[in-house]
Design a protein around this ligand. Sequence first.
Ligand SMILES: Cc1ncc(COP(=O)(O)O)c(C=O)c1O
Length: 432
Amino acid sequence: MAIKTIIEPFKIKSVEPIRWTTRADREKLLRQAHYNLFQVPARDILIDLLTDSGTGAMSTAQWAAMMEGDESYAGSSSFDRFRRGVQDIFGYRHVIPTHQGRAAERILFGVMCKKGDVVPNNSHFDTTRANIEFVGAEAVDLLIPEGYEPANRHPFKGNMDVAALEQLIARVGRERIPLVAKAVRDVCRRHEIPLYFDACRFAENAYFIKLREKGYESETPKEIAKEIFALGDGCTMSAKKDGLANIGGFLCTNDDQLAQQEKDLLILTEGYPTYGGLAGRDLEAIAVGLREALEEDYLRYRITSTAYLGNHIAAQRVPIVQPPGGHAIYVDARAFLPHIAPQQFPGVALAAELYLEGGIRSVEIGTLMFGDAAHMDLVRLAIPRRVYTQSHIDYVIEVVLEVWRQRERIHGLRLTHEAPFLRHFTARLEPL
Ligand SMILES: Cc1ncc(COP(=O)(O)O)c(C=O)c1O
């Protein structure tokens, strides 16, 4: 086709106003929030790129399906539709609904892990790591070295280092590894270790395989997703991402005995296994959302529009993690602000400046979040699904470039208050 412009593959039926503030307002709001954007009220944010989790817009088909919600406590027909929708893509024997991803993690690791165990992963998300550590096990990141180099354009920087996995198994012993999360099936099969996926962005990742891995060009995203999940023994899922829902998640397994234990624990903390902490209408929205997330028109727009943001700022030499991701663009704050030492939180300083300049909320993923264990200082611009249009993104590009021009004027910060764990949510800071 001669036309190159990729448009949003939807039209807008219901709108939600966003509100401008003045720079003076934002200076005051930021001071009141102790320079922590989690503490700024959402009504004072113009463009909210804090997270892509639970912030997407639902389709007319999802809203219509919600009216079919069967709110029966046990045996809800919404659960049947939910299970069919999940199994059609994921293929696992048991589907256990949960209120969100971390509840699935809590149950999975609660049942499979014990004190002294070791769980290898490519890289653990913070709630995944916290749930593994909560049962006294150790979460080990085995990311390929390219994954730690922001400018490196390796097409799959989330890959697990297979040789490092073999070395870990040899070092700690098979008995201490109850499961591996993600990738590397051959090694797992050889050692008889179950393989579980964190499936939360499965559709975007399937599309990247279609775009970047030879041999998959003519497969559909659904065919690729099915092939991935067929390699594993189960998964955890936050339906707040590629489930295109505002709340929800699930846990899948092929193991009958584990499923029984998981359902017993589910009843204790989430609810009966045909609703698992969700309303029938939420199950309906997820069943439809999973299908919509795999539509090629949607994925082409999703991946292209995120790359549009990344490529436009990178073209002006703004340092970003390359290549652009699916759900977010990560700005390399250490390279953006080389005059600010990691201990003075360059990511927090940059996020604060994006808010001051244009009312944009982003999130630091670096020294404030991980302390001395941080490998990088990044600012994540996460794009909610189907929420913002190209003109919103053009505005974000302008703001980022304006801050880039003024970068030498930006100062670091120091902590004035920190909680004993997950300190980034409530930390207080002040400019140096
Ligand atoms: C990779 C990954 N895993 C797990 C989770 C946890 O999901 P939830 O926030 O639904 O508990 C998230 C959420 O952001 C995530 O990004």
